[in-house]
Design a binder for this molecule. Structure first.
Ligand code: ATP
Length: 256
């Protein structure tokens, strides 16, 4: 891997008509770090995530992922190149089992793998066996053994969010983007999620960028926090530094 930060965002600007959703935003995410991205509603967090996963184009600025300019990387290869993400509106197949959803996530890693699986090409059996083993390991890691063969639609929301994490992890990302993982979870589940995010980073040695409204979670789990407001970066630093930053306090009080 290249030296330097895993992710580097420089002077990013995105406009929707008259609205500037991101204005001159710069920050780095170091390898192995858990980074939190916070900001009141409309601050630009989702827009930034969508730029990172190449759903939106940006009119100005640059993003570098693992030493490579993002705009040079083919969009359909982002998972294969090591960028995994979860979605707020979970990207799961509701009628399929937990295990099968995680297997689908693995095949996102290679287009060839996905096609071979879909077309049942020769050699698929051995590959399939290895996939099943890896999926079973993820299921164990996430504590989903009891529900592994159940359709996702039959599971409580908190459990479905765990499956969504499994789906994103299945493609073996180096950078995991988590889009509001705590949204809709109860107090107990949020506590467990914090432990899980740290365990994921340690076990899979990956880097995490987390968009989250739940301040308790962001501040307890992050090594580094970036705060946005009205599309601008207003603060950056350790959780303690960002929490006591006057502009951050003002942004949240003003948003009430
Ligand atoms: P939330 O916490 O509510 O999800 P956010 O920080 O994710 O907010 P964004 O969704 O990125 O904020 O929105 C940033 C700004 O850009 C807002 O003013 C929003 O209305 C605007 N915006 C976002 N997406 C679009 C779009 N597709 N078309 C027009 N405006 C948009």
């Amino acid at each position: 891997p290249a030296a330097g930060p895993l992710l580097s965002v420089r002077k990013l600007r995105v406009r929707f008509g008259g609205i500037t959703a991101l204005d001159d935003v710069s920050f780095d995410v170091a390898r192995g770090q858990i980074a939190g991205l916070i900001g009141p509603n409309g601050a630009g967090k989702t827009t930034l995530f969508n730029c990172l996963s190449r759903l939106y184009a940006y009119e100005q600025g640059a993003i570098t992922f693992d030493g490579q300019p993002l705009e040079k990387l083919p969009r359909h290869r982002m998972a294969a190149l090591g960028m995994g993400r979860t979605f707020q509106n979970l990207a799961l197949f509701a009628s399929m089992s937990v295990l099968d959803n995680i297997k689908v996530g693995q095949h996102a890693r290679t287009r060839k793998g996905f096609l071979a699986h879909a077309l049942r090409l020769p050699g698929v059996a051995a590959e399939e066996e290895a996939c099943s083993q890896r999926a079973a390991e993820l299921v164990r890691f996430l504590g989903l053994e009891q529900v592994a063969r159940k359709p996702v639609a039959d599971l409580p929301f908190g459990t479905r969010k765990r499956v969504e994490l499994g789906r994103a992890l299945a493609s073996a990302p180096t950078l995991l983007l988590l889009d509001e993982p705590a949204a809709g979870l109860n107090h107990e589940e949020v506590g467990a999620l914090g432990d899980l995010i740290r365990a994921i980073r340690d076990q899979f040695q990956l880097t995490v960028l987390l968009v989250e409204h739940h301040m308790g979670l962001v501040m307890s789990v992050s090594d580094h926090v970036v705060a946005l407001n009205f599309g601008r970066r207003i603060a950056e630093g350790t959780p303690a530094e960002v929490q006591r930053d006057p502009e951050v306090i003002q942004a949240y009080l003003g948003a009430e």
